[in-house]
Design a protein around this ligand. Structure first.
Ligand code: SAM
Length: 241
């Protein structure tokens, strides 16, 4: 799904384009909410970075930022923005009618030193051991797109420095096409009781992490000039004990 031109264009607009219905840029809101919890800003990892905006925002603060995503197309776009400092993409007005939009790092107050900003095509479920020693790891709208989110959560904790921060954001839209039902962290009923994803996260993380904050951040993805997805992502911020 994340390799198509249409989805890539929608994510370019979502990350680098206009704001709609008064909803602030989501990737900026994610970075803004987590920054007050970070002491050491040496190294950050953005897993499922898509076309890269949160990684650029993080690079304003951190010495080194790695963004990784499974989608080759998304990583190409992020690298193109890094190289050219400018991105051109198509927006759909209606049907097959499109127009070209563009966005630059300068327009977004992101004209930063990109030397230690790295984008990699990689699988969150099978990350190389070199991705380690981070002060911050963010996984934004990712866990409900993974095959085995519990394995992912177990793995990321070993990649954080002491006192490192993990941000998980997700609308908790569990779908069998991405995550077999037996692997859902929540959003199912057991013995007549609703199991919530935040409870699944506590079960997975409480041994190693302290929950610092829980909040909700909304976002709007523009599909056409007449159709928008308005979603609420649940944000939890965890500190490694
Ligand atoms: C819903 S999008 C969210 C993207 C971005 N974090 C944001 O908030 O705009 C999910 C992202 O996770 C990526 N993704 C899905 N499965 C992945 C995996 N196994 N490893 C790495 N990235 C993955 C997709 O390619 C996509 O970019």
């Amino acid at each position: 799904m994340y390799e198509t031109d249409i989805i890539a264009s929608q994510y370019c607009e979502f990350h680098y384009g206009s704001e709609y219905f008064g909803v602030k840029n989501f990737t900026k809101s994610i970075v803004d909410i987590v920054l007050p919890y970070i002491n050491n800003k040496s190294k950050a990892l953005d897993i499922g970075c898509s076309v890269g905006r949160a990684s650029f925002e993080l690079k304003k603060e951190f010495d080194v930022v790695d963004g990784l995503d499974y989608s080759n197309k998304f990583i190409q776009i992020a690298n193109q923005m890094k190289k050219d400092k400018l991105l051109k993409y198509t927006n759909t007005s209606e049907g097959e009618c499109t127009y070209v939009s563009q966005s630059s790092l300068e327009d977004l107050s992101l004209d930063i030193n990109t030397k230690d900003l790295n984008f990699y095509q990689a699988d969150a479920m099978n990350m190389k051991k070199e991705f380690k020693e981070y002060d911050l790891i963010i996984a934004v709208n990712l866990i409900d797109r993974l095959h085995t989110p519990l394995d992912f959560l177990n793995d990321v904790s070993s990649r954080l420095n002491q006192d490192g921060i993990l941000l998980i954001a997700s609308p908790y839209t569990w779908l069998c096409e991405y995550t077999p039902k037996e692997n859902w962290l929540g959003g199912y009923t057991k013995d007549g009781k609703d199991i919530k994803t935040i409870d699944g996260l506590h079960k997975a993380l409480d041994d190693k992490f302290e929950l610092l904050k829980e909040d909700k951040i909304e976002f709007v993805i523009r599909e056409t000039q007449n159709k928008y997805q308005h979603t609420v992502s649940n944000v939890s911020i965890w500190k490694l004990r």
